[in-house]
Each structure stands twice: as C-alpha cells, then as structure tokens.
Ligand binder design. Sequence first.
Ligand SMILES: C[S@@+](CC[C@H](N)C(=O)[O-])C[C@H]1O[C@@H](n2cnc3c(N)ncnc32)[C@H](O)[C@@H]1O
Length: 298
Amino acid sequence: MSHSEFDTHWLNHRFSFDEAARNRQVERAALQHLAAHSSLHLLDIGSGTGANFLHFFEQLDRPQHWYLLDHDPRLLAASLHRIATYAQEKNYPHQRRGDQLLLHLGPHEVRVQTLSGSFEQLETLVDLSRLDLVLASAFFDLFRADQLLTLLDKLGRAKLAFLFTLSYRSMIFDPSTPTDERMVQYYEAHMQRPQATGAAMGPHCSRHLRDWLLEGTFDFVEGESAWQIGPTDFTMLHYLLGFMRTAIAELEVGDDGAVPSEQWWRERTEAVHSARLGLVVRHWDYFAAPRPETGVSS
Ligand SMILES: C[S@@+](CC[C@H](N)C(=O)[O-])C[C@H]1O[C@@H](n2cnc3c(N)ncnc32)[C@H](O)[C@@H]1O
C-alpha cells in the first residue's frame, strides 16, 4: 500500500498481519537456498522498522550480517531500537555501536548494519558480490516499472537470489458492495497517480516482476500472501479506511457518484464499530535464484 511517509506505529501494526500472510512455500524455497551457506550476508531494501530481519533471523541458525537499507534515517533508527528491544526481551546479548547492532543468537554473531540511502544506489552502499540474498517486503507498489527493472537487472548481473514478499495486488471488502469496489479502484488509481517522478506501479508491481522473471535466467517460486482482516481487527480496519479516505480525497474524484466518498467512509467506519466489516488484502511473494549454469559447452 502506498504512503509517502511511513509511520512506525503503522509498520509495527502490520507486522503480525504480514507474519500470518507470508507464503510458506515461497519462504521455504528461500531458506533452502540459504542452507548451502555457512554464514550469511543479507540485504533488506526498504527495511522500514526491521520486519524482514525480525521475521527471519531466528530461523537462520548461522552467523549473519544484515544490511538494512532505507532512505528514511528515522526508520533506520527505529529499526535498531525495535531489534534491541526484542533482543532485550529474549535475553540475547546485544550491543549498539553507531549505525550497527551486534547480537548473539546462541553461538552465532548476528550483525545488523543500517544503510541510509535509496535502493537505486544500492551498489554504492553495499558490496553486492558479498550478498547471499536480497529481500524486500511491501515495497514495489511504490515505484515505477523502470525502477524495478533497473534493480532486477542489477541483481541479474550480480547473480543474486532475491525474496520479494507482500507486493500489493488488490483488496476486497467483506461484505463488498459496488461502491466499495469503486472506492478500491480510486485507491489504486491514487497509487498510480501522475507524480513529478512518474507513475508508480501500484497493484501491477508483481505482474511486472513476473514478466521479468518469465523472460529471464532465474528460477522462481511464487505464491499468494493475503491479509485476512477479521471484523474485530479494529485498528487495522481503521488504518486502511483512513488511508483510503486520504488517498481518495487527494485524487479529488470520490464525490462524483451516487455515494460521496465521505459518506462511504462514514458508513464503513460505522460498520467497523459494529464489527460488520472484514477485508482481504491480496499480495504476492516471489523467491528467485539464478538458474544454475549447466556447464555444457557447444
Ligand atoms: C511499506 S514500507 C515497508 C517497510 C518494511 N519492509 C515492512 O515490511 O514493514 C516501505 C519502505 O520503503 C522505504 N522506501 C521508500 N522509498 C525508498 C527508496 N527509494 N529507497 C529505499 N527505501 C525506500 C520507506 O521508507 C519504507 O520504510
């Protein structure tokens, strides 16, 4: 879902929904890929408050060096704080050193290093040849297709495996009315609105990713990772209705039909208060690895 500035409370709140949604088959393929490495170097782009790190580090029973890359230094600081708090709760010895956090997971040293900058310059921020996996979660809907393709070409040239999770595709209200569908269309149009920097992919990001994979030299596994938001997930429902309200107002198209967008928002908010509304937000996950060279020469 697209928002220009990411609020730490929102990113932390979505964490448990992301955890439940992640596609286990896709994840297993990524973990199998990493099993061959005795120590790991992992880059998470658009790392936010550290969701990918927190999801994976305890599953990787080896020394790890994580690079968390984000263009928002506020979020990078929040991620180190969040990880340190978690380490404290779990009694993992840990130590903060400037832009790094060192923690011990049993016998293994786990280093978390923050990198401040845009993913478009990732090769200037980290040595790509050292990496075993590149991760990104809830990221690509924010960008133009050419930005994604440039990144994919860099990863392709560096022969780097990647795990791209929770790429937004669509959302469905439960129960859903034609007005809900129209508001979702407006919301998705807002994701793709013309901006000074060009139009973002919004819900089409995973299609672009898939097209590149189908044409390329990577083997891949894909699968759905949907948020199942129940009628008592009040905070999540309020967040999403709030995001839609703001986006539709910015688009200045919401009041052209039979049901004005503010009226729609009020009615849907009332439905949340009386626990009569659910939502499914569909995402897609991909793990891709360079196809092994056959070694057959002609
Ligand atoms: C929806 S959030 C996802 C955060 C995290 N991956 C998660 O799953 O919770 C998108 C993240 O991308 C970051 N971001 C946006 N544009 C970026 C860019 N050009 N380079 C690096 N990070 C960027 C934002 O600051 C934000 O942390």
